[in-house]
Design a binder for this molecule. Structure first.
Ligand code: FAQ
Length: 332
């Protein structure tokens, strides 16, 4: 049974007055001991209100990222070079929307409805990943997204799939299987351009130069200014810090870019042989906060598309509600 047997269309609204971390030291102790022992927290279990709040914030942001993240690549379905690339891109974009569904369901188990999450996305209250606020100008941009952004997502998701909240971990495990296919198709397209004509290599290099700073920001701000990392790592929601994940990504993927003779637009980028850590130029974090705050090159366009979909999909949701009189069954 997927999702631990929970039927996701009825959000768990059991969070109540009982959830006060300070009034309930014994329960908080039991909760933290369970996490320390590597056990999963499930929707019906007692949890501190801050754990619930943080999980909703993070999972909801992740869900929005999957759905909005399908937009830059989605615009290339009609223009993909050749039938094979088109088929793979259609499948990938469809998967990303499916990931959004899985994650919205996981967030719903914590008591926030899909409608509330959608409203918060459209009003700008909820965030989504910085990288999807940039345009996919050429096919090489799609290739860089498919290789390096999917790779970055896998680094994050593989680590966090070992975390403490059952429904999120199970959703991540399933997502990771599909992301590995995305990564393969992205890498295949990347290698094709990198080993192609001078014009193809030039187009790929241009895309790499433009996407590199947002990709470096994908893992979040440096640990020293990350607002939530310490608490989330203590509760095993995040299984590694932002800088640790960034380093792991650089370790695996920078050599793959270099071995194809491509470059990255950072003269400081190099692995320190003593510490094993990568040195790099810090991306512009003020710009990052502006972009995730709504002022990136494509934020308005992305939200406008989601608003359009919400408005024009209203009749479908209404029709489903009318015809869904039957009780939900667990998904086998
Ligand atoms: N973008 O205290 P921290 C994908 C915000 S899925 C936007 O370090 P935290 C699949 C953060 O919310 C991509 N905002 O935050 C795909 C907080 O703001 P707040 C998404 C960001 O949560 C591939 C503030 O900065 N993946 O790509 C970002 O501990 C290809 C302070 O930061 C996930 O969402 C950012 N990059 O760590 C689809 C994974 N980074 O809320 C299509 C789950 C930080 O206080 C095509 N999320 N912020 O106002 C996470 O693991 C974490 O949320 C981090 C950030 C690691 C992203």
């Amino acid at each position: 049974m997927y999702g631990g047997g929970y039927i996701f269309d009825e959000p768990d609204r059991r969070q109540a007055a009982e959830e006060n971390d300070h009034d309930q030291p014994a329960r908080l102790g039991e909760f933290e001991a369970k996490i320390a022992a590597g056990e999963k927290i499930e929707p019906g279990d007692w949890m501190p209100s801050e754990y619930r709040r943080q999980l909703i914030r993070l999972i909801e942001q992740h869900a929005h990222s999957e759905v909005v993240g399908a937009l830059p690549e989605g615009t290339w379905i009609t223009r993909a070079p050749g039938f094979r690339r088109k088929m793979a891109l259609i499948a990938k974009v469809q998967d990303e929307i499916g990931h959004g569904q899985l994650l919205y369901h996981a967030a719903e188990t914590l008591g926030k409805t899909r409608q509330e999450m959608t409203a918060d996305l459209l009003s700008g209250k909820s965030k989504y990943s910085n990288v999807f606020n940039y345009p996919a100008e050429t096919w090489a941009d799609v290739t860089v997204i498919g290789f390096l952004i999917d790779a970055a997502a896998i680094v994050n998701q593989l680590a966090n799939s070992k975390g403490s909240y059952g429904p999120y971990c199970r959703a991540l495990e399933r997502i990771c299987y599909e992301e590995s296919f995305h990564l393969k198709q992205g890498q295949d397209a990347f290698v094709e351009l990198a080993s192609g004509t001078p014009m193809q290599r030039g187009m790929l290099q241009d895309a790499l130069n433009r996407w590199w700073p947002p990709i470096m920001q994908f893992f979040g701000p440096p640990d020293k200014i990350s607002a939530h990392s310490a608490r989330l790592m203590q509760w095993k929601v995040k299984m590694a810090s932002n800088d640790e994940m960034r380093n792991q990504f650089l370790d695996t993927y920078v050599p793959k870019v270099f071995e194809l003779g491509m470059t990255l637009p950072d003269p400081l980028l190099a692995k320190d042989p003593v510490t094993g850590r990568w040195k790099y130029t810090e991306p512009d974090w003020n710009l990052f906060f502006r972009v995730i705050g709504g002022d990136g090159p494509c934020n308005r366009e992305r939200i406008a598309v989601r608003s359009w979909a919400e408005e024009h999909g209203a009749w479908v949701r209404k029709a489903l509600k009318v015809t869904s009189g039957m009780p939900s069954l667990p998904i086998a």
